[in-house]
Design a protein around this ligand. Structure first.
Ligand SMILES: Nc1nc2c(ncn2[C@@H]2O[C@H](COP(=O)(O)OP(=O)(O)O)[C@@H](O)[C@H]2O)c(=O)[nH]1
Ligand SMILES: [Mg+2]
Length: 220
């Protein structure tokens, strides 16, 4: 019973900080996404391409969560982005307090977009609100069609489902319609986007979604 209460308090405190962050981002008109997917599903590669595409047009800052190493932040800076690594030292997710600390210390206040790449994991990050506008869930083609059914909590909470690495579909043996249907089964309202950072397929739709979201945030 005591354990349950502690867990409830942790989530309540996280949600309280996330709401404060959301108010700050709303005031600053910063569009915020929280990207969640398994290790290796292609999160950082997608962000490298996104940074390259919007360079000079939008001011974008990226926070990257990993258990260890600065590798991803280095990659994003090499792509021309402004990026900061959050090393969790073991934690399997980012929480609102970590983002609050970065809000106070590193995140510029005049931003068009803040992208948070969460720690690679389809489970724990789904429970932590980071003050984002949208959670975006990514599953890559080789991970298998049943993933939305096995990890429903992130699909329930996400607004956008990206099926990544669609260049692998050409190899055969992957059922694209089935994984998309499974996503819709868990969350009928989820928007779907199929893309490949490698071949470029579907990337225009991703860029358009970002542009539209930034516009909507500015006008809100
Ligand atoms: N075939 C293919 N490989 C990709 C694609 N995107 C990323 N990768 C590869 O997948 C591996 C993991 O990518 P990374 O972006 O580091 O994944 P993360 O752990 O989710 O950030 C790397 O070897 C990438 O080159 C893609 O669209 N197609
Ligand atoms: Mg990464």
């Amino acid at each position: 019973m005591a354990t349950l209460n502690i867990k409830r308090n942790v989530f309540a405190e996280n949600d309280r900080i996330a709401e404060i962050l959301r108010e700050h981002f709303a005031k600053n008109k910063t569009f915020v996404i929280n990207i969640i997917g398994s290790p290796g599903c292609g999160k950082t590669t997608l962000l490298e391409k996104t940074i390259e595409h919007f360079k000079g047009k939008y001011k974008i800052y990226t926070l990257v969560g990993d258990v260890q190493t600065e590798e991803d932040a280095v990659r994003l800076r090499e792509a021309g982005g402004d990026a900061k690594q959050i090393i969790t030292g073991g934690a399997c997710h980012l929480d609102a307090r970590m983002i609050e600390k970065e809000f106070e210390e590193s995140i510029p206040k005049s931003l068009d977009m803040l992208i948070i790449e969460n720690v690679g994991n389809l489970v724990c990050p789904s429970s932590y609100d980071l003050g984002e506008d949208h959670k975006v869930v990514i599953v890559s083609v080789p991970e298998g069609e049943e993933k939305p059914l096995k990890y429903p909590s992130i699909f329930i909470r996400a607004d956008l489902f990206i099926l990544s690495k669609v260049d692998y579909l050409a190899l055969g043996g992957f059922d694209k319609e089935k994984i998309l249907a499974n996503g819709k089964k868990v969350n009928p309202k989820i928007r779907e986007l199929c893309l490949s950072s490698r071949s470029g397929e579907g990337m225009d739709e991703w860029f358009e979604w970002i542009e539209e979201s930034i516009r909507n945030k500015k006008n809100s």
